[in-house]
Design a protein around this ligand. Structure first.
Ligand code: GLU
Length: 291
């Protein structure tokens, strides 16, 4: 499989050192393998995405010395592909509508018999209030959830377990072939949201559909998304899409050990540019050698 990777920022704020590291690492790996590096704008969240941030992303990446083919894929233009994927899952009975709000989920989870709420890649694990056959009538426009136990029933007919190849390292040193055991999927991930109320898709569904559409062989991204990879592998199998290799990298942290956030303007690439630093300085700061 030839090497093709991507950097997939959401235009919801300035790129900071952590993004620069991710983009440069992916770009360097593509160069080293005589492969390709793509840029994809993940702007499904129209309430938070801004064209001003998109322009700044292009500008900062070009300044860093990253090059990519144009035009870039923008997720806001891909809704038909996401709807088609969702419909495939819906037709197979693998999804259900859910109209619980945060308060209803918290109330169900705080019921004494439920025990401590477990936290998964998307926050608290959904307690299953709307899962068929219990499904109450939706009271308001629903979200669409994956029925994980129905998904496991389907997948376990063909697979003993799912797995993916990690060429980088997960938060606990995971590397090589990483198994995704079915029992963990139900207990530690649960019925994740595939289509949100406001924008009818989700990060998980869109990223899986687009990585396949762009024939990405190697996903390079931060370790904060390592746990979410299990969700992506499940969706790839359910949708008949290939599983790329994954390269999760360590997160760039501030002096207090906290990972950088979009609002962390002090470490925005644009700020370093204003301060007169050059791209080599940024490479040195994130521990990457010169190209
Ligand atoms: N758009 C995601 C983010 O900005 C990255 C998704 C990915 O690399 O899979 O965090």
């Amino acid at each position: 499989m030839s090497f093709r990777t991507r950097f997939a920022p959401s235009p919801t704020g300035p790129l900071h050192l952590g993004h620069a590291y991710s983009a440069l690492l992916a770009f360097d790996q593509a160069q080293a393998q005589s492969g390709e590096f793509l840029l994809r704008i993940e702007d499904i969240d129209h309430t938070r995405s801004r064209s001003q941030w998109e322009d700044q992303i292009f500008d900062d990446l070009a300044w860093l010395g990253v090059e990519w083919p144009k035009p870039v894929m923008r997720q806001s233009t891909r809704m038909a592909a996401y709807s088609a994927a969702l419909e495939t899952l819906q037709k197979r009975g693998l999804t259900y509508p859910c109209s619980c709000n945060r308060a209803a989920i918290d109330a169900a989870l705080s019921a004494p018999q439920e025990g401590q709420p477990l936290i998964g890649p998307d926050g608290v694990i959904y307690p299953g209030t709307c899962r068929p056959p219990r499904a109450p009538e939706p009271r308001r426009p629903p979200v669409v959830r994956l029925n994980m136990s129905a998904a496991i029933d389907v997948l376990s007919k063909d697979h003993r377990q799912l797995s993916f190849i990690e060429t980088g390292v997960g938060p606990d040193g995971e590397t090589g072939e990483i198994s995704v055991p079915f029992d963990k999927l139900e207990a530690e991930i649960g019925d994740v949201v595939l289509a949100r109320r406001d924008y009818k898709t989700s990060y998980h569904l869109s990223v899986v559909v687009d990585d396949a559409a762009q024939e990405i062989s190697d996903v390079v991204r931060g370790q904060d998304l390592f746990e979410a990879t299990a969700i992506h592998v499940v969706l790839q199998h359910l949708l008949g899409l290939p599983t790329p290799r994954y390269h999760h990298h360590a997160l760039i942290r501030d002096e207090d050990g906290k990972r950088l956030a979009k609002r962390d303007d002090a470490r925005a690439i644009s700020k370093y540019r204003e301060d007169g630093l050059n791209p080599q300085d940024i490479r040195a700061m994130v521990g990457l050698s010169l190209p």
